[in-house]
Ligand binder design. Sequence first.
Ligand code: ADP
Ligand code: MG
Length: 708
Amino acid sequence: MSSPEINPSPLTAPVSSVWGVGEERAKLLARLEIFTVEDLLLHKPRRYEDRRKFLPIRELKVKEAATVRGKIIAAGIKRFKNGTRSMFECVFEDGSARLHCRWWQAQAWMPDWYAVGREFLIYGKLDDDKKPRTFTHPETELVEPGEDEFIHVNRIVPVHPLTEGLTARVMRSLVWRALEKFETLIEEPKFVQHSERPLTRPSGTLSPAGGEGRGEGAAVTTQRRARSDAPYQSLPARANSVRMIHFPEELTDAEIARQRLALDEFVALQFQIQSRRKKFEALSKALPCGGDNRLMKPFLAALGFKLTSAQTNVLREIRTDMGGIHPMRRLLQGDVGSGKTAVAACSALMALESGFNVALMAPTEILAEQHFRNFTKWFEPLGVKVEIQTGSKKGDGRWEMADGKRSPTSISQLPSAIFIGTHALLTSGFELPRLGLVIVDEQHKFGVAQRETLVRKGNYPHLLVMTATPIPRTLGLTLYGDLDVSTIDELPGGRGAIKTFLRATNKLPKVFDFIREKISGGRQAYIVYPRAEVADTDKDIKAVTREFENVQRALNGFRVGLLHGRIKAADKEKTMAEFRANKIQALVATSLIEVGVDVPNATVMLIENAEHFGLAQLHQLRGRIGRGAHESFCILISDALNEEAQARLKILEETNDGFKIAEADLKLRGPGELLGQQQSGAMRLRFGNLAEDLNLIRQAREVVKKSL
Ligand code: ADP
Ligand code: MG
């Protein structure tokens, strides 16, 4: 983290202030995003090797990675296929047995480097239990007699992420030297006072820094903050942890050090989040948007269904916020199909009743159009203007209204209105007068910056962001930590069940028979492919444009529509209208339809090349069906043979619970997909793990809460 709150300045010196880093090495380090001394000190090892004792080569076991130490007794290049393929092989020996090591495609430098007589540490696994014992492409490290023996051997050593031209040994030496020179300058973050606490593990002769020399002035503040840094009391000091993460005495120490450094990251992050929110609250006064039910009553009466108790509960929280003293900042999460749109509509009515206007932003034109249609149907009878603004419906800065005409020039003279649109709402030409509430639908598709831009268009309006991608707790507390969270934890009743099947491509004919049968029975289907066009490079990834004809053939007698990002907006709209009216029975599409689309008569979702989608995304796609009373079917087609892909897809077969799926996805793929647009610099965590560290995140939140 580069927050000035946390990091003292000497460590921000360029990495070239470490002895041994010249211009060349600085360039190599830059490739690893190591620019400063601190970057080097926080360069997390990717694994550790216990070199206190080496395994005799004779005792190597198949498939168990181990480090051995041996001298080269023979080496040479073998050529195959008229010299087009080559292999470098050398034979090590350690007194117990011999070990052959080989690298396919011999490199010019290898014969010199792996010279007979040299001694190496070799990390790898036996290919099989045949003789001679063989490692293929092992990692090796030259043992230079005498020099640096205590850094590279006789201890647990780190193996860092590397780049070409920078060996593990050089990296390790650089880190070591950086520690020697800078360890004493590593300070505790400002919330933490360690003065009275002993180190958990003395780092012995290898840690000249010990625990001294840090925390001057601590005594003054300790009392005031004594309780706030409680989570730190059970973890080693930061300086000690930085050493331990690289040179742990025991492997368990490395994890302890990681936790400590992760806690610092989460604290820095919480500090950003919480101070941002504090500042916001100090600056802003809430607009009174509690409403008086004058519009809500007739709306609910005409809605055609009764709100679920989950919806009602959430609305109560929203009403409290919107009538409160600080502008609402609320995240509404609810699984696909849980009825977030109705909640959005009710929230909008509260603001409208209070005399303010509302903006609703959706990530795709299809979804914006769908909202526009629904809100027009619901709100126009109540005398509320509903206006739309999307990329294809822009123009002169005026609004398009339900009758297709432009709004009168002076938009500020409109009666109460709701403005619906895509990110086109953000373009500066548009006024959003008297904005009381901003709603962002499928908010994970937007960046934080976009949502804030929309808010800033008004005079601190209330903010409601909605997402169907359930946010695992860890992300709720970090990425979304500046928002209060409401959850709709119940689906409306009267829905048919969704069954999910995983099938191989050779079952497609049967699957299409099944789809024909369902369509003949009056239902509709989505058929989704990963790509819009066929790219030459990945011929086995199916693309909608090519498959469209095949599907038409397979479903002849029925009308099939085509939908992907490059189709003109007007045509998209037409296709969606026909699909809604069941004039089109099957819709061939990309994941464009992933968000929001609501056609209850569609009961089949076929997804080809399912392995190319993330779990959360597949769950979203599946959320397009199961919206009506009929039983629904989601069929995932994949020939992916690898276990991981199969295991991933099986999760969908097993559960419909979006939370479970999101957590599984987070563990399997990391936060990237869930973070979506939001992956910003602020989230660069080196030690923190958003999939695993819920406890640390909670602790960090408390630390900051009590200290701020
Ligand atoms: P999402 O939360 O995925 O945005 P929608 O708001 O699109 O879900 O709602 C899904 C479907 O459920 C819509 O057809 C909507 O009209 C319907 N619906 C919403 N709330 C209820 C309810 N309380 N009872 C019955 N149907 C409902
Ligand atoms: Mg929705």
